[in-house]
Design a protein around this ligand. Structure first.
Ligand code: TTP
Ligand code: MG
Length: 368
């Protein structure tokens, strides 16, 4: 393999059966049953599609995208069907990404449960150190959030993603630069990102079954099938040489504002009425800088000048920020009924400079 001047180390993280895993965590008694998370269309009580299934349910042939009614036929009585709770998964995703960001020089959020991490600097280009780093990252996700994931580490994102896919579930696969060719060659061509069902069929007709076959296909033939732009990507990707920059920087700055209320109060609505415009302004500033905050801080000073702070991982939408501020305030007042608030403020921290998918909302909008 002809490598770039400096060897990159990229980790691709994909959470295992994400939505179903979150549901298992919420209700541990379900963990030994086939569990299916569904998006109900509402037309009839059983119409809609499967969104995620745990591994037990998968062993009966259930997978994302199949009709719920079909999953019901495949599974035994003991199976549990739950409606998708997007808000919850997004919140958990926010926490996951915040943790992953701590381990990376830069991070690209690929979807609600996947991220690419450039860890080159962190491990000084050393794949053995990468192994250690990723092991502790996996342990951290397991320890802090209870979540299992699969991680692939390789010299570029495409190979790292394939490594993660082949290591599922709860896996960790390292593909060192000198192993790239032998790792890729036997894999089914349809596994390569960018090869869909249609292209897969066309390739099969020319005798291309594996990624290795694709790597050896003359570029002219490939251009004839896929067009020149796609052909170049496919050829490089199949050879394990498609390089991308993972450019989302992890920012350390904070953005905060605190204000003195017009009058001391214990009323959530009253606080929110003054705080909301400030939050809106601050959020706008963040967006203009291309930043996305992963952690929200609420800062309260009481009439007795006691300071109370609360932190929460957030899904990065203004609506969600406001909702979380309100929730934090409500919880705080419920916990301390005598509280009288004099000053209130918010602080955003733990930023991602965004590249790739602009928001998690766009993922869910496209996928549901
Ligand atoms: P995936 O990572 O593709 O699936 P998964 O996490 O459930 O399982 P795996 O262990 O193979 O990674 O997708 C992440 C989440 O996105 C998934 O939990 C649910 C949602 N999703 C859908 O809602 N519909 C779909 O068709 C797919 C593929 C995913
Ligand atoms: Mg997943």
């Amino acid at each position: 393999m002809q490598g770039p001047s400096r060897q990159h180390v990229i980790a691709f993280v994909d959470l295992d059966y994400f939505f179903a895993q979150v549901e298992e965590l919420e209700r541990p008694e379900l963990a030994d049953k086939p569990l299916v998370v569904c998006v109900y269309s509402g037309r009839t009580p059983t119409s809609g599609v499967v969104s995620s299934a745990n591994y037990l349910a998968r062993s009966y042939g259930v997978k994302a995208g199949i009709p719920i009614i079909r999953a019901m036929k495949l599974l035994p009585e003991s199976a549990v069907f739950l409606p998708a709770r997007m808000q919850l998964y997004q919140e958990v995703s926010g926490r996951v990404m915040a943790i992953l960001g701590e381990y990376a020089d830069s991070i690209r959020i690929e979807s609600i449960d996947e991220a690419s991490l450039d860890i080159t600097g962190r491990v000084e280009g050393d794949f053995s150190r990468a192994h250690h780093l990723v092991r502790s990252m996996k342990e951290r996700l397991r320890g802090s959030l209870g979540l299992k994931c699969s991680v692939g580490v390789a010299p570029n994102r495409v190979v790292a993603k394939l490594a993660a896919d082949t290591s599922k579930p709860d896996g960790l696969k390292i593909v060192r630069p000198e192993e790239v060719d032998t790792f890729l060659a036997p894999l089914e061509v349809g596994k390569l990102p960018g090869v869909g069902v249609k292209l897969g069929k066309m390739l099969a007709e020319t005798g291309v079954k594996t990624i290795g076959d694709l790597a050896n296909l003359p570029i002219e033939t490939l251009i004839g099938i896929a067009g020149s732009k796609r052909a170049i990507y496919l050829k490089l990707a199949a050879q394990g040489r498609f390089e991308e920059r993972i450019s989302g920087r992890v920012e350390r700055r904070q953005y905060s504002r605190i204000l003195t209320l017009k009058r001391d109060t214990s009323d959530v609505d009253e606080v929110m009425a003054e705080l909301e415009p400030v939050i809106g302004e601050l959020w706008e500033r963040l967006l203009k800088s291309g930043l996305r905050a992963r952690v929200l801080g609420l800062h309260i000073i009481t009439s007795q000048l006691k300071t109370i702070t609360r932190q929460k991982a957030i899904h990065p939408s203004l609506e969600d920020v406001k909702k979380n501020v309100r929730e934090l305030l409500t919880e705080l007042i419920a916990a301390e009924p005598d509280i009288v608030i004099r000053r209130a403020g918010v602080r955003f921290s733990s930023f991602l400079k965004m590249s790739g998918q602009s928001s998690l909302t766009s993922f869910t909008a496209n996928n549901h």
